[in-house]
Design a protein around this ligand. Structure first.
Ligand code: ZN
Length: 445
């Protein structure tokens, strides 16, 4: 598991009023291949029912204890870690995903002044997350914003869905759930959490309640539809397992080890119990107990790449680089296309001093997921150690662009552009960052 901190920035004029009022705000993505895989398993039937491509629409976790889920473009559904921990059943989580997928499928993003076509690139994700951070900023600053009418309505126009959109998304979402055989009553349980928040002041509501306006009428419609569809529910042991696993891994990294150890067995899955114990022991720096536990989990699921990946992380953070490389290597052989695992393997190889091999795997990781700032930092190191200053500058430029530091990004992109062969792929990537930096500079003036 890794945390990727992004600083909110503003490359979009419509956001200016907001970001001026709220200076740069850090927003942290939680990247974990195991949890992301689990979320994908849970999302897949929903996305298919919504007519979206499960391979294109990613479910990404934001490290934030408040409850929220939102979309800013077609390619990402963002979920706050606090919301995942709050969900009691897979159906509850899937109802949230279904509702957000419906906002995408029903075209609710089209009327937004924001149009992020390039969110799969580093600079594009930065822009998408700037919008996300502004939503999060709304949480803390809401009281102030409420005093300024114009700003509030700008904020509402920008981030909140209208009641008509909410009703449409509810109905579509429930339809997707029913088509996928998911218990639609999960949607009612989620609404129950937010229903009471109507009466709270704006500043005390969860962001979800603020951007998804509630009403008694809306609740009644959901209840009625959910009951009508409930008979279509089918048992799904895989969804039960992956939901337990995602929640267990997240809580093991976020809650106190003591909390985790006393509850390790509560999901009923032997391997998940061992995984929770491994993480708790690791966080207490008890490496031998941690390794024993993760090895026992691996013995239960010998072809599970994510348990090898966790073993690699434990070893890497205990500075046992050669052993970490071996564990990550096994994970790569089991999941050769997983960008996060490829990146971790490259990082371990780099730590071992195997620079050109490291560069190869880091490059493979970056080409599959250009949004991982840690991979880009490692890649810059690998390029620099091999004397390739142009590429080191380019990757650094892209990393700055992703974290919203477009001025720094522009400087490094200019260096890269000067050093790389004109017209080459790297040179063209440098031009992309340069134009993003120039556009931001013009808006700033
Ligand atoms: Zn909504």
């Amino acid at each position: 598991m890794q945390l990727i901190r992004l600083i909110a920035f503003c490359a979009l004029s419509a956001l200016m009023a907001l970001t001026l009022a709220h200076p740069a705000r850090a927003l942290t993505l939680l990247r974990d291949p195991d949890i992301e895989y689990a979320l994908k398993q849970l999302a897949e039937p929903v996305l298919k029912a919504a007519g979206l491509s499960p391979s294109r629409t990613d479910i990404l976790l934001i490290d934030d204890s408040s409850l929220n889920a939102f979309v800013v473009d077609r390619d990402h559904i963002f979920i706050h870690s606090g919301l995942l921990l709050k969900m009691r059943t897979p159906a509850m989580l899937q109802s949230v995903i279904a509702h957000e997928a419906a906002h995408i499928s029903n075209g609710h993003l089209m009327r937004r002044p924001i149009n992020m076509r390039n969110a799969r690139t580093a600079a594009g994700l930065g822009a998408a997350l700037a919008a996300a951070a502004a939503i999060a900023a709304g949480a803390g600053e809401a009281a102030g914003a409420a005093a300024i009418g114009a700003q509030t309505s700008a904020q509402r126009l920008f981030f909140a869905h209208t009641r008509a959109e909410e009703n449409a998304a509810d109905q579509s979402g429930l339809r997707y759930m029913a088509a996928a055989g998911i218990d639609t009553r999960g949607a009612v349980e989620v609404m129950d959490i937010f229903r009471g928040q109507e009466v709270l002041s704006f500043g005390r509501q969860d962001p979800y309640a603020r951007t998804h306006p509630m009403s008694a009428d809306r609740f009644r419609v959901i209840q009625r539809l959910a009951e009508a569809y409930a008979s279509e529910t089918r048992a799904n042991p895989a969804a039960d397992y992956w939901f337990a696993r995602a929640k267990s891994k997240l809580s093991a990294f976020q809650r106190a080890p003591k909390w985790t150890l006393t509850r390790a067995g509560e999901t009923g899955y032997a391997d998940i119990k061992l995984m929770r114990q491994a993480i708790a022991h690791h966080r207490r720096s008890d490496t031998s107990r941690a390794i024993a536990a993760i090895d026992a989990a691996i013995a239960q699921r010998p072809n599970d790449p994510f348990y090898y990946e966790l073993k690699g992380q434990i070893l890497m953070e205990s500075r046992r680089f050669a052993a970490a490389t071996a564990a990550y290597g096994r994970a790569v052989s089991l999941a050769p296309e997983n960008a996060l695992i490829l990146g971790s393997y490259g990082r371990a190889l780099l730590a071992e001093g195997k620079v050109s091999q490291a560069q190869d795997y880091l490059e493979r990781s970056r080409s599959r997921d250009g949004r991982d700032s840690r991979v880009m930092r490692d890649l810059a190191v690998a390029h620099a150690r091999q004397g390739n200053k142009g590429m080191a500058a380019l990757v650094t430029a892209e990393r700055y662009a992703m974290s919203g530091r477009l001025q720094d990004a522009g400087l490094h992109a200019q260096r890269a552009s000067d050093m790389l062969p004109r017209g080459s792929t790297g040179w063209r990537r440098a031009q992309d960052v340069l134009s993003a930096a120039q556009a931001a500079e013009q808006k700033r003036r």
